[in-house]
Design a protein around this ligand. Structure first.
Ligand SMILES: Cc1ncc(COP(=O)(O)O)c(C=O)c1O
Length: 406
């Protein structure tokens, strides 16, 4: 007789791919570094600059719009592709900022965060035998979903200090099997914002290999003194590009999980087919509220970027005072440091010690990499600065003492 089925060890995608996103030596615990660091931060009372979520809510009028939508009875399933007012607001937002005009009926769907948009589009487009190309380091869900799809994850490195790709290496990473090139710009975890030349090269290479571009632009409004260029605006891109964004980052409502994707009808329809069976539809009252948020005046958008830039600088000062080499980001709410000036070459080890040493938690960059990339980024540590000013000031003060405590 056989007993009840037992869960197999490790995350499912690690059976299909070589995800390096675990710290547990045998890969059997299923605990991510984010969870480990958050637990460590809680048990030591450390300031948690590990996970990237704001510690303040977004605009009050958006919150009130969600409350009003709940009170008015917007509490049952939304249409699978999202409520029309939000799809219209997404289209108007893209027209206003980028001159794009996706059709709200056929070229936009609302998703349960950008996470679902990534999953739905990859699962719709790739399978065993296909290759998906990303930069490395890469946002952790990419490796997981590519693994679940059965496709092979190929990477092109982003190199410190500015985390720009070597264009020859990028070209070499493409192959006849490249089905999707998955771009993330502005880029997590590095904070890089890619210039036109890099993005145009991606488009040319995708065209040459007839690959689809999926571009994750959730930090589109969080750039500091440089312009965000949506891939879909570049010559030759629109017909092969799915663009993903999310209300979580722009409006500081990460818990609402409202994201979207837009692009040519046939690609959006493919992702929508998968989305039907992932979540079917996404939080109804939040959709109405985000429709309102997307229409906020320009001052809101410039304000969030200016505030974050100031926060970046406050935290960076503390990191520099600690003797760390700060790799200043041009976008996102993450700043990376090189720990080697302190004589520390293993950022995973430092991340584990940091909460007890100075009362701050961070994430080591190697966890966003496969084995080779992990080696390349061994001395890099990522800090989130989407926290209230007094929290960052306290963190900066604590970090400044690191040198003496090592
Ligand atoms: C690059 C990137 N894509 C997607 C997401 C997830 O977005 P959402 O919370 O809307 O699912 C994140 C969140 O950290 C991210 O950094």
């Amino acid at each position: 007789m056989t007993g009840p089925a037992q869960p197999r060890p490790g995350f499912p995608w690690q059976r299909a791919a070589t995800g390096a996103n675990l710290l547990s030596p045998d890969g059997s615990l299923g605990v991510t570094i984010f969870e480990e660091m958050t637990t460590l931060a809680l048990s030591t009372g450390a300031i948690n600059l590990g996970q990237g979520f704001p510690d303040e809510d977004g605009p009050v009028e958006i919150k009130e719009a969600a409350q009003a939508a709940i009170a008015a009875g917007a509490n049952q399933y939304a249409p699978g592709k999202g409520i029309l007012p939000l799809r219209e607001a997404i289209s108007v937002h893209q027209q206003r900022f980028y001159g794009l005009a996706p059709d709200p009926q056929t070229e936009i769907i609302v998703t349960t965060g950008a996470t679902e948009a990534i999953a739905a589009s990859l699962l719709a487009l790739v399978g065993p035998g296909d290759e998906v190309l990303t930069f490395e380091p890469f946002y952790d869900s990419y490796g997981a979903i590519i693994g679940l799809s059965g496709a092979t994850h190929v990477t092109a490195p982003l190199l410190a200090p500015d985390f720009m790709p070597d264009l020859a290496a990028l070209e070499a990473a493409f192959s006849p099997r490249t089905k999707v090139v998955l771009v993330n710009n502005p880029h997590n975890p590095t904070g890089a914002v890619f210039p036109r030349e890099v993005l145009q090269r991606v488009v040319e290479l995708a065209e040459r290999h007839d690959a689809v571009i999926i571009t994750d632009e959730v930090y589109e409004h969080l750039t500091f003194g440089v312009q965000h260029i949506p891939v879909a605006t570049l010559p030759g891109a629109a017909e092969r590009t799915l663009t993903i964004s999310s209300a979580g980052k722009t409006f500081s409502f990460t818990g609402w999980k409202i994201g979207w994707l837009s692009g040519p009808e046939h690609l959006v329809a493919a992702a929508r087919t998968v989305k039907q069976f992932l979540s079917y539809s996404s939080g109804t009252p939040f959709q109405a509220a985000i429709a309102l948020g997307l229409g906020l005046p320009d001052e809101f958008y410039t304000g969030i970027a200016d505030t974050l830039r100031y926060k970046r600088d406050i935290l960076s000062e503390g990191l520099r005072a600690a003797g760390l080499d700060v790799l200043t980001p041009q976008g996102t709410y993450f700043v990376n440091v090189d720990t080697s000036p302190l004589g520390i070459t293993d950022s995973v080890e430092l991340a584990r010690r940091l909460p007890a040493l100075v009362g701050v938690a961070a994430i080591p960059v190697p966890v966003f990499c496969h084995a080779d990339g992990a080696e390349r980024t061994r001395s890099l540590l990522r800090f989130a600065f989407c926290k209230q000013l007094y929290v960052l000031e306290e963190a900066a003060e604590r970090l400044a003492t690191l040198w003496d405590r090592l």
